[in-house]
Ligand binder design. Structure first.
Ligand code: AKB
Length: 343
């Protein structure tokens, strides 16, 4: 068991809740931060919660010596598009402030603070669907031309992380001393949890559709049936963060990694939902703005680098995701009888 101190910002979000539970099992001393108070799922865990706006309250964080930071707080893609300045403040200024803190502490304590940053497929940007389709699985350095405020923020913060961990001060240290801030990022696809429902994102149509079907509520999907992006089960997202965190620094050939699990169209999501809940009412009512955002994201990503450098492999392909993770869990959540396995 480790007694390292870890800070999780955005702890009340979907990834945050699942991550805090896993970190607790590993025996970390946990500090959480969020605008709101801790939800039921984690509020009884032994964590110290710092509630409030990260940017305004950054000084408080200097009182602590964190070994590890998971900076999850963010304004997601759909929300960011309607409040761009606010999103920039949260996504960029918030990250910048924490990076400064982590860089300062690494230097002062002469040991690297590990900074884990969830980036996103929103860091990519295709001009149209035909180009997206032709591109297929994209590598980390391809199509880095995001169309959204959120995507721009994520891509820029990846660069900031690399800057503070390698170049800050322009001391031209070669090799970079192992005591400098250790920044690592994962570009996540759309995530689906059986226990929480997302808000503010644009990949949300996947989980929204499935949760609605399971809850017996009609759902009008805001993208059309042909829309395709990559998705992943929440436990795999948590697994990837912990795997990358555990990887020895010298084995990493990059600081930003794609990870993939399965790629599905919205129509295929609907088929899967109907397979388990034949009475589900799922229609398509595309919203042009949100459709445009998803059309700019890749159909799938190439995660060769993550597989090679730190042994990434998802636990859940699409069938296992539905049959062994999602359906059994939502059956309990919504107390619904129908959980036929689906293909
Ligand atoms: C969003 O939809 O904004 C996020 C993401 C893909 O990063 N879920």
């Amino acid at each position: 068991m480790s007694e390292k101190s870890v800070l999780v910002t955005g702890a009340c979000g979907e990834i945050g809740q699942a991550l805090v539970q896993s970190l607790n099992k590993r025996g970390y001393r946990i500090f959480t931060a969020d605008l709101v108070s801790l939800p039921e799922s984690i509020k009884n865990l032994p964590a110290e919660h710092i509630q409030g706006d990260l940017v305004n309250r950054i000084k408080i964080f200097y009182d602590y010596d964190f070994d590890l930071i998971f900076h999850l707080a963010a304004s997601l893609s759909s929300k960011a598009e309607v409040a761009t300045e606010d999103a920039h403040r949260i996504n960029v200024e918030g990250t910048m402030q924490l990076l400064l803190l982590a860089a300062y502490k690494s230097e002062k304590l002469n040991k690297p603070v590990k900074f884990m940053f969830p980036s996103s497929i929103a860091a990519y940007g295709f001009p149209d669907r035909a180009t997206k389709h032709a591109a297929g699985n994209v590598k980390e350095d391809e199509w880095n031309t995001p169309h959204t405020m959120y995507g721009c923020n994520k891509l820029y913060c990846e660069k900031l992380g690399v800057y503070y961990s390698r170049y800050c001060g322009q001391r031209h240290l070669d090799p970079v001393p192992p005591t400098m801030l250790d920044f690592r990022a994962i570009r996540f696809p759309g995530l689906v949890s059986a226990f929480t429902i997302p808000s503010g994102g644009t990949s949300d149509y996947g989980p929204e559709m499935l949760h609605s079907a399971a809850a017996g509520k009609p759902y009008a999907c805001f993208v059309d049936a042909e829309t395709r992006i990559s998705f992943m089960a929440m436990p795999d997202a948590i697994k990837s963060l912990l795997m990358l965190m555990d990887a020895p620094r010298e084995t990493l050939s990059s600081q930003v990694y794609n990870i993939a699990a399965f790629s599905l169209t919205a129509g295929e999501f609907r088929q899967r939902a109907l397979g388990a809940f034949p009475e589900a009412q799922i229609t398509f009512a595309p919203n042009p703005r949100r459709q445009g955002i998803v059309d700019s994201w890749p159909e799938d990503v190439d995660d060769t680098l993550a597989r090679k450098d730190w042994g990434w492999k998802p636990e859940y392909d699409v069938d296992k995701f539905f049959n062994e993770y999602f359906l059994p869990a939502i059956k309990k959540r919504y107390q619904r009888p129908s959980t036929r396995t689906i293909e």
